[in-house]
Design a protein around this ligand. Structure first.
Ligand code: SF4
Ligand code: SF4
Length: 334
């Protein structure tokens, strides 16, 4: 195996920040979050699961798409596309499965989403394997693993005295060409994956459960706070709005922005005239669950859940998607 030391990794990262926008796990007031960094000294190398996924750097929570200027009768429109490459360092394997899930809709359907495609093309994902499953994690039940290199460009795994380096893609190989590594005998320890597997029923098993009381049982206490959707690496619903940023002296400047939306919110499904086709919390929770395990895989291929467990640990009223999955398995009788 190829191994690098922490010092070598830090020096290499300090060269990368000169050339790329670098995002990495950082301690922000006691919360480990993927955040932009200017030096390797800001990066946390020992951490569990960052509290938010990397989604914000590929499908930002708020993104300016266009800048429009109206000066008298003249209108100019400027597209807002970042011009630097981006490196996301320390990506947990489930967080690399997240964008791969979104790709099925945003890249692989016609036409591909311009802004998401741009972020995907400019981004290199340097992964950091988890040594174990963290609280709430069930990646192994949905096709992942704590040391899964799929969908990463490079995977690092902790070993004595440093990190084993697995190069996965050409993009990754090009990026880490300057990283100092040495050949060593042996292999990294396998991660601990103890715990009961969560049963995940195939999409057709969900169909008869649309009218089941599972949804009332779990959804009745939902607060419609949307946290589960925002922390999720695969939830990708958005809204688009125009905001006036400057107006006066014959000039109007407008930004067209895209913002995350959430099917768990009260207004998500409200149409003109006020009708809401998902007016209750259980119905909205049912939709979120069906979307992840029936609609999305049926329509686009991948499951809409990578088992990161974030929605479980973040929900203020302890709604647990693995309990929903258990109920679905029991009720479906398979
Ligand atoms: S985090 Fe919990 S309470 Fe908030 S919308 Fe999601 S399921 Fe409902
Ligand atoms: S549904 Fe929950 S466990 Fe699954 S990927 Fe989203 S946040 Fe993670």
């Amino acid at each position: 195996m190829k191994v690098t030391t922490l010092d070598a990794l830090r020096s290499w990262l300090d060269t990368v920040v000169g050339e790329y926008d670098v995002v990495a796990p950082r301690d922000v007031d006691g919360h480990v979050l993927y955040r932009p960094v200017a030096t390797s000294g800001e990066i946390v190398f020992s951490y569990e699961r960052p509290e938010l996924s990397v989604k914000d750097y590929l499908l930002p929570a708020t993104e300016v798409l266009l800048r429009v200027e109206k000066r008298g009768g003249e209108v100019t429109v400027e597209e807002n596309l970042a011009d630097r490459g981006q490196v996301i360092f320390g990506v947990r394997p489930c967080d690399a499965h997240g964008p791969a899930t979104i790709d099925a809709l945003f890249l692989e359907q016609e036409p591909p989403d311009t802004y998401y495609s741009h972020h995907r093309a400019r981004t290199v994902l340097i992964g950091m394997a988890c040594p174990q499953l963290w609280e709430g994690c069930f990646c192994t039940s949905v096709g992942g693993a704590p040391d899964d290199a799929t969908h990463l460009d490079v995977l690092l795994r902790r070993v004595d005295g440093g990190f084993a380096v697995d190069t996965v893609t050409e993009k990754g190989a090009k990026l880490i060409a300057g990283l100092c590594v040495e050949e060593r005998d042996g292999a990294p320890d396998a991660p601990t994956t103890e715990g009961e597997a969560v049963p995940v029923m195939p999409p057709d098993a969900w169909r008869p459960l649309f009218g089941d009381n599972i949804w009332m049982r779990h959804g009745e206490r939902c607060l419609s706070c949307r946290i589960c959707t925002y922390v999720c690496p695969t939830c990708r619903c958005f809204d688009v709005a125009d905001r006036v940023v400057e107006q006066g002296a014959g000039i109007t400047r407008i930004e067209r922005i895209r913002v995350w939306d959430a099917c768990t919110s009260t207004n998500y499904r409200r149409a003109a005239g006020g009708h809401n086709s998902r007016p209750t919390k259980p119905v909205r929770l049912r939709n979120r669950s069906f979307c992840k395990f029936r609609y999305y895989p049926e329509d686009y291929g991948p499951l809409g859940c990578v088992g990161c467990g974030r929605c479980i640990v973040s929900c203020p009223v302890d709604i647990d998607i693995t309990e929903v999955l258990q109920d679905v398995a029991e009720r479906s009788g398979r």
